[in-house]
Write a protein that binds this ligand. Structure first.
Ligand code: VGL
Ligand code: ZN
Length: 236
């Protein structure tokens, strides 16, 4: 029989160790000013892809569920030219994950990925794209990378996403997708710089984590005023 004391300690332990649940009344209900941004859920970043993100496929059911709660959904697609400057194969003697100095700053070099029009650049067939209102492509200038969906790596060239969202009266971005420490983080930080309210939904993202980049990116996002939430904080 469970006496009162052991019942209490079980209850206390359960409370102490259970993941923090968000009460229904405290959940965020996306409104007309909110947009779900789905970053780079493309075959190259998924299992079998040339730049596969560990457990990348796990974001897909979470994103598909979340998208039902949003009136506005925007997708991004990494969309590089063949021989793009961010590819290690474009730099003699370099290998993926080496860093080179380019006119606009340090550039991590990647395996060839997301080449325009290839199957690797296609959005995952498991991603529910039915509600997407815009697909913004980035990284299509041969000599400039663009992790961010707003601003290319030269920090000067706009993709047009910020203007699109502002013209539509959208002020709150809920960001999901791949990879947390590169395209998600840069998109989130640039969106803060552009004056948006920004939430990154941690369990709807996965990171590459090259040399501690995942922790560093959360630190940078935090400093920029990006809010880290879990998908259960959204009334979906
Ligand atoms: C990405 C590295 C290179 C991303 C894109 O989607 O996070 N990472 N290109
Ligand atoms: Zn890329």
């Amino acid at each position: 029989m469970l006496d009162r004391r052991s019942f209490l300690s079980t209850a206390i332990c359960a409370t102490a160790f259970a993941p923090a649940r968000v009460l229904a009344a405290d959940k965020i209900t996306p409104d007309d000013k909110s947009v779900l941004v789905v970053v780079d859920v493309q075959n190259c970043f998924l299992p079998g892809g040339s730049l596969a993100v560990k457990d990348g496929e796990k974001v897909i059911p979470v994103i598909n569920r979340l998208s039902k709660a949003f009136a506005n959904v925007v997708l991004t697609q990494d969309w590089h030219t063949p021989g793009h400057i961010s590819f290690a194969s474009s730099h003699a003697g370099k290998k993926p994950f080496d860093v080179v100095r380019l006119p606009y700053g340090d550039q991590v070099l990647w395996p060839d990925h997301c080449v325009q029009g290839t199957d690797g650049a296609a959005l995952s067939k498991d991603l529910d794209v039915s509600k997407a209102q815009l697909v913004i492509r980035k990284g299509f200038h041969a000599d400039v990378d663009s992790y961010s969906a707003l601003l290319e790596a030269d920090k000067k060239t706009n993709t047009g996403l910020s203007g699109y969202l502002k013209e539509r009266g959208i002020s709150k971005l809920f960001i999901t997708g791949l990879a947390t420490d590169f395209c998600v983080a840069w998109t989130a930080i640039d969106a803060r710089m552009a004056g948006f309210d920004v939430y990154v939904i941690e369990d709807a993202c996965r990171g590459i984590d090259a040399q501690g980049s995942l922790m560093k990116s959360w630190d940078a996002m935090n400093k920029a005023g990006v809010k880290k939430i879990q998908s259960d904080a959204i009334a979906a």
